[in-house]
Design a binder for this molecule. Structure first.
Ligand SMILES: Nc1ncnc2c1ncn2[C@@H]1O[C@H](COP(=O)(O)OP(=O)(O)OP(=O)(O)O)[C@@H](O)[C@H]1O
Ligand SMILES: [Mg+2]
Length: 305
């Protein structure tokens, strides 16, 4: 029986697309057939992680609108791993959620797992994207903002009695002053289910940029950590946290802001001379030729468009 898993988050930019692509690769490597679907309508990115951006001719909305057959829109990333692009023209507001659900449920029959890379937040787009899912994984990064936003989406799920979700920590480090640690995050969120703890990985980040994730070996610590998520998906077994913590890298040294240094009187004089006072602005404009002033105004208008 196939399962549809939505990869979602409260805050944007926490690694949903990266987790969707790597989890799809990991499942495929373990012998499962997977369809990875970009559900971030209007802002698609999953194609870049798989390196198939130049092969997209049709997308999910083309299937819904019967402009093509599913086979025309689905791209093979590697044997057993297929990909369906999000529309770049249509946003979720313009997509009929039940038609989308109908198409995906039909496609899901041909795969062991369908993974949906969702838009962030709790808006209409997110609601439509997760409504289809059998399970939701909320991706959390080691920041306070991510923690707060995750707690909000968890409350939202509990309120709407959507209890089939788990937390997936991503981009974590060994405890440090710069990032929220695994233990603090788990203490604060107190999730009922933890689907995994994934380390920050420079190798993964580079491969994601280059669209070469499928070439990263299984022995990479990120993929090793993902194997525990596979166990969670298959058996629902909770994870031994200390084993996963051992795979986390040390946090980078982040320089603290320099102490304010005393400003000399000369510097104050320069500051005053360059301040945006009416006199100074007039002085500056007077120094520009009519042509330069027209050019500046034109560039500004073009920038604002
Ligand atoms: N574990 C990780 N190690 C290294 N880099 C990571 C990790 N997770 C995510 N990143 C990087 O963080 C950036 C944001 O990731 P991604 O695009 O997957 O986030 P997202 O949640 O899908 O964003 P959006 O909400 O905009 O769709 C990317 O450059 C990605 O490569
Ligand atoms: Mg994304």
């Amino acid at each position: 029986m196939s399962a549809i898993i939505s990869i979602a988050s409260g805050k944007g930019g926490v690694g949903k697309t990266l987790v969707t692509s790597t989890l799809a690769i990991s499942l495929q490597r373990h012998g499962y057939s997977v369809l990875a679907v970009d559900a971030d309508m209007g802002l698609r990115n999953l194609d870049l992680m798989f390196g198939v951006q130049d092969e997209i001719l049709y997308d999910a909305v083309d299937i819904i609108k019967q402009r093509c057959l599913p086979n025309n829109a689905i791209l093979a990333v590697s044997p057993g791993l297929d990909f369906l692009a999000a529309s770049q023209k249509h946003t979720w507001e313009k997509i009929d959620a039940s038609s989308y659900q109908y198409v995906l449920e039909d496609l899901a029959e041909h795969y062991d797992y369908v993974l949906l890379d969702c838009p962030p937040g709790r808006g209409q787009a997110y609601k439509k994207a997760v409504a289809i899912a059998d399970y939701i994984f909320f991706v959390v990064e080691p920041t306070w903002t991510s923690m707060r936003d995750t707690s909000r989406v968890m409350q939202f799920c509990d309120k709407h009695k959507k209890f089939n979700y788990a937390i997936l920590l991503n981009n974590f480090y060994q405890p440090s002053d710069a990032f929220v640690s695994v233990r603090t995050m788990l203490d604060m969120l107190d999730p009922e289910h933890l689907a995994g703890i994934l380390p920050h990985s420079d190798v993964i980040q580079r491969a994601a940029q280059q669209g070469t994730l499928v070439a990263v070996p299984e022995s990479n610590p990120f993929f090793k950590s993902l194997e525990r998520t596979l166990v969670y998906i298959k058996k629902g077994t909770e994870l031994p946290i200390s084993d996963l913590e051992a795979l986390l890298p040390n946090a980078p040294d982040i320089a603290l802001p320099q102490e304010e240094t005393a400003i000399s009187e000369d510097e104050i004089a320069v500051e005053e001379g360059s301040a945006l006072t009416k006199q100074n602005i007039e002085k500056k404009s007077a120094g520009l030729s009519l042509r330069q002033r027209r050019q500046e105004s034109w560039s500004w208008r073009r920038y604002r468009r």
